[in-house]
Design a protein around this ligand. Structure first.
Ligand code: UDP
Length: 234
C-alpha cells in the first residue's frame, strides 16, 4: 500500500469518449475514485494534462510561436484542474489547486513546502500548469512533482492497461510488459512518456505504474498494491 502517490491524468482521459473538453460524468466518476483512495489515508497529488484542449505541438499550432502555443497548453491544464477540483470537492474531500503559473484568483501558487503540508493534512493537491515552462510536457511535470513531494510512486493512468511492445489497439500480437526498466523503454523507443520524463524518473529511481483507468476502481487497486498494468523501475 502506497502512502503518498502522484497520479498523472492526461487531458484526453478527462475528455473520455468526446475527444475534446471535459466529460462531466466521467470526471465525476474519476473524482469519486480519487476520493475513495484519499479516504483510505493515502495522500494523493495529481498532475493533470491539457491535451483535451490544446497541445503546443498540435497540428493547429504549427504556425504559432512554440512558446505561445505551450502557454496555451499550460492554460488548458488549469481548466482541467479547476474541473477536477470542483468534482472532487463534491465528494466531500478537500482539494487545493496549485499552479506553476501565478493566477491567484484561481489557484494557489506552487510552493513545494505548502504542497507537502496540504498532503500531510489529508488534502488532495492538483498541480496545474505543468512545470510552468514551455518545451516540457505534463508527464515531465508529473515526474518532477513526484520527486519534489517524495511520492512513493508515479501512477500513470491511461486508456491502455499497461505498456506493450506495439500499439495493442492496432496490433493483435502486441505483448504487454508486466515489468520493464526505464532504460528498456528508451532502447525500445516506447512512447508511453516523453524521453525527458523517462530520464528524470530513471535518474532519480522513481517507480511508475502504467495502468488503465477505464475500469472503475483501478486507481484504488494500484494504490493498495494489486499488480495491475505495467511496473516501470529504474
Ligand atoms: N506544457 C508546457 N510545459 C509543461 C507542461 C505542459 O508547455 O511543463 C504544455 C504543452 O504545450 C503541452 C500542453 O501543455 O502540449 C498540454 O500538456 P500535455 O500535452 O502533457 O497534456 P496531456 O497529453 O497529458 O493531456
Amino acid at each position: 500500500m502506497y502512502k503518498r502517490v502522484l497520479l498523472k491524468l492526461s487531458g484526453e482521459a478527462l475528455a473520455a469518449g468526446r475527444g475534446f473538453g471535459v466529460d462531466a460524468l466521467f470526471i465525476n466518476a474519476v473524482a469519486q475514485e480519487i476520493a475513495e483512495v484519499a479516504a483510505t489515508g493515502c495522500q494523493v497529488a495529481i498532475v493533470v494534462g491539457g491535451g483535451n484542449f490544446f497541445r503546443g505541438v498540435a497540428e493547429q499550432a504549427v504556425h504559432m510561436d512554440r512558446v505561445a502555443a505551450d502557454h496555451m497548453g499550460m492554460l488548458s491544464t488549469v481548466i482541467n484542474a479547476v474541473a477536477l477540483q470542483d468534482a472532487i470537492e463534491k465528494t466531500g474531500q478537500t482539494v487545493r489547486v496549485m499552479s506553476a503559473i501565478a493566477m491567484h484568483q484561481i489557484a494557489e501558487p506552487y510552493i513545494r513546502r505548502r504542497a507537502v503540508r496540504h498532503l500531510e493534512k489529508g488534502r488532495i493537491v492538483v498541480f496545474a500548469a505543468g512545470t510552468g515552462n514551455p518545451y516540457f510536457s505534463t508527464d515531465t511535470a508529473a515526474a518532477l512533482r513526484a520527486m519534489e513531494i517524495n511520492a512513493d510512486c508515479l501512477l500513470k493512468a491511461t486508456s491502455v492497461d499497461g505498456i506493450y511492445n506495439a500499439d495493442p489497439k492496432k496490433d493483435a500480437n502486441a505483448i504487454k510488459f508486466e515489468e520493464i526498466t526505464y532504460m528498456q523503454m528508451i532502447q525500445l523507443g516506447l512512447k508511453v512518456m516523453d524521453i525527458s520524463a523517462v530520464s528524470l524518473c530513471k535518474d532519480n529511481n522513481l517507480p511508475m505504474v502504467v495502468f488503465s483507468m477505464r475500469e472503475r476502481g483501478n486507481i484504488l487497486r494500484v494504490v493498495q498494491g494489486e499488480k495491475l498494468g505495467s511496473l516501470v523501475t529504474a
